[in-house]
Design a binder for this molecule. Structure first.
Ligand code: ZN
Ligand code: ZN
Length: 221
């Protein structure tokens, strides 16, 4: 049962095709797991279509959702690409992932492997359009603690497997944590299971620890 959803504001921006590719990918992945949010987007799209009905054709084509939505909704990559993966964290390239994510992960893994950035923490930066936001998968070992940090701009995290908790709440498969620069937190993965999460950030995290700030450019978070 999903308890933490994408805000209505973001769903409406998504429906209007107004979000960047990384954020659209995260929201499309949440929608694949969340019927209530799908209904909100469906209603928003229907209302948008009704508003556009009275406009001349040129205006309609200008305002139709841009190709970001088409890209995140495209079918999974060719099976030959997907077969080009190995064991370990790479197994997440397969059917465990919601459909909108599969093509991105398969394509990324055909170009580069998961990168270990700390004990019990691997990341895979996904190949979304370059811009202010970055989409990455985090694979965290059971019980892994992320050092206390805050954010620059919006941070969206969608849990795909396992559970983590922070000072605010507990997040399980399908849950989205939507945090801004007012929040400082220290996520901890449940000790019983590894955790896979998709995170979209607008800028590097802001760590409290001096050591973390020093190594941050090296590990790229
Ligand atoms: Zn939802
Ligand atoms: Zn955070």
């Amino acid at each position: 049962m999903i308890e933490h959803h994408v805000s209505d504001d973001l769903l409406l921006e998504y429906a209007a095709g107004a979000l960047d590719e990384a954020s659209s990918l995260l929201i499309a992945t949440h929608l694949a797991l969340c019927p209530p949010c799908r209904a909100v987007v469906r209603d928003a799209e229907a209302m948008g279509g009704a508003l556009l009905d009275g406009e001349p054709p040129e205006a309609m084509s200008e305002r139709s959702p841009n190709n970001v939505l088409e890209r995140v909704a495209r079918p999974p990559a060719d099976p030959a690409v997907r077969a080009n993966t190995h064991g370990g964290a790479d197994r997440w390239a397969g059917a465990n992932l919601p459909q909108p994510l599969r093509g991105y992960v398969a394509e990324t893994l055909s170009q580069r492997p998961w990168r270990r950035i700390a004990p019990g923490l691997r990341q895979l930066v996904l190949g979304t359009a370059s811009g202010p936001t970055t989409a990455r998968l985090f694979h965290l070992a059971p019980g892994k603690r992320i050092p206390v940090h805050s954010h620059r701009g919006l941070e969206l995290t969608l849990v795909l497997q396992g559970t983590y908790r922070d000072e605010c709440a507990t997040f399980a498969r399908g849950d989205v944590a939507q945090l801004d620069d007012s929040v400082t937190h220290r996520p901890v993965v449940d000790p019983s299971e590894e955790c896979l999460a998709l995170a979209v950030t607008q800028a590097p995290l802001r760590f409290r620890s001096t050591v973390m700030r020093l190594i941050q450019p090296l590990v790229g978070v």
